[in-house]
Design a protein around this ligand. Structure first.
Ligand code: RB5
Length: 148
């Protein structure tokens, strides 16, 4: 499993903690930055992470900003990206099982590091349930990309 992660200045500390956490578990994760706390624009990082997932160059992406919201808005503009802002473990599991979420967005100013790392673990450990009803709904979501 190949992961890619990015943040803005508001999510950098959390991003770094996630990178350390996953590397300790021998998970292949590429950090695209930023590598200092200078103010940057979250869409620039959302695009890079989203494109890598969209092109199949990474299996999953993780994006951190102050709230996770800006990252999710930007990443969800990219073809094939299903980005979810998550602040609890129930939603982390549900969005993978039901929405086949492929980009996880977290808010450093919203949740603590301990909860964020648990959310990452739950999200990565959960498989998409599959089945006709979820596939049908995801097909409708995918059609939005070409129809609107
Ligand atoms: C940056 O100050 C902040 O706006 C950003 O990290 C994020 O929360 C946007 O959604």
């Amino acid at each position: 499993m190949k992961l890619i992660i990015g943040s803005d200045h508001g999510g950098k500390k959390l991003k770094d903690a996630i990178v350390t956490h996953l590397k300790n578990k021998q998970i292949d994760i590429e950090d695209i930055g930023p590598f200092d706390f200078e103010s940057v624009d979250y869409p620039s990082y959302a695009i890079e992470v989203g494109m890598r997932v969209s092109e199949g160059k990474a299996d999953y992406g993780i994006l951190c900003c102050g709230t996770g919201i800006g990252m999710s808005i930007a990443a969800n503009k990219i073809h094939g990206v299903r980005a979810s802002v998550v602040s609890d473990c129930f939603s982390a599991e549900a969005t993978k099982a039901h929405n086949d979420s492929n980009v996880l967005c977290l808010g450093e100013r919203v949740i603590g590091e301990g909860l964020a790392l648990k959310i990452v673990d739950v999200w990565l450990a959960t498989e998409f349930e599959g089945g006709e009803r979820h596939a049908r709904r995801l097909k409708k979501v995918a059609e939005l990309e070409s129809n609107y």
